[in-house]
Design a protein around this ligand. Structure first.
Ligand code: PLP
Length: 250
């Protein structure tokens, strides 16, 4: 009898430009030879330069898609990206409560790199308090980290670590502080967990940028976790994967 490989359930928004969101998630997961199941949280109209429209799906529809995906397939991990509204965050949290052993990776998407908002401002607290504690890993960039930790910006590496630890105190089991939007020769991501020393993942900073790298990283981590890879090894291999993708410009 053929053994069915687990799928990765992606809860995320579409991006018409193809630069980020669902299409990036599916590409990244397919690179690890896994299939996806989908719960679409929002449809966005985007070019690479601006967000023109955001249509959030009704929260119950998002939860129904998740439950149907979980019933239809063996799912090995969940990747959560853009959620758009507080209601959807709460709906996703209610489904995660039903599957406490399924690892979920949360990319706390707040805005596109063009500046357009992808999460309602009043939803940030729900992300921190209702959803983060139910996920295995949160993957904020420096800007997202500051907002989740209740500040305006991150001024130093020390401050980033402090804000990351604040998220652990708020109930996140692990936080990957992504340094990709910082400066310097190295792009360093730091994995924080409550009872371990921080683990640093370094890659040479490339002289080019690519949209959707946050989506790809979280999806690649979820794919590797679905394949029973440890958290640390999943982060290491996923970072290498994204680095290679930036290197080839796709
Ligand atoms: N659009 C959607 C639907 C996303 O999920 C994301 C994810 O981060 C983005 C845009 C942001 O991507 P970027 O920062 O590359 O604009």
């Amino acid at each position: 009898m053929a053994i069915t490989a687990p799928r990765v359930l992606v809860v995320a928004g579409s991006d018409s430009s193809g630069g980020a969101g669902l299409s990036r998630d599916i590409e990244a997961i397919a690179a690890f030879s896994l299939h996806t199941a989908l719960a679409v949280s929002a449809v966005t109209v985007q070019t690479h330069r601006q967000v023109l429209a955001v249509e959030a799906m009704p929260p119950a529809l998002v939860a129904d898609q998740m439950r149907a995906a979980l019933e239809a397939n063996p799912v090995g991990a969940i990747k959560i990206g853009m959620l758009a509204t507080k209601g959807t965050i709460e709906a996703v949290a209610s489904v995660l409560h039903e599957h406490p052993h399924l690892p979920a990776v949360l990319d706390p998407v707040l805005a596109a790199s063009s500046g357009g908002a992808l999460l309602e401002p009043d939803a940030v607290a729900a992300l921190t308090h209702d959803l983060m504690p139910l996920c295995r890993l949160i993957t904020p960039n420096l800007q997202e980290l500051a907002l989740l930790a209740g500040s305006q910006s991150v001024r130093s590496g020390e401050e980033a670590l402090h804000q990351g630890r604040n998220l652990l105190d708020a109930g996140a089991p692990a936080v990957l502080v992504k340094g990709g939007h910082g400066s310097g020769t190295w792009s360093t991501d730091i994995l924080l967990r409550p009872d371990s020393e921080p683990v640093r993942f370094e890659a040479l900073r490339l002289n080019r940028s690519l949209r959707g790298t946050g989506c790809m990283l979280a999806s690649a981590i979820a794919a590797l976790m679905a394949l029973d890879t440890t958290l640390e090894e999943s982060v290491r291999r996923a970072k290498q994967f994204v680095h290679d993708r930036i290197g080839c410009g796709a």
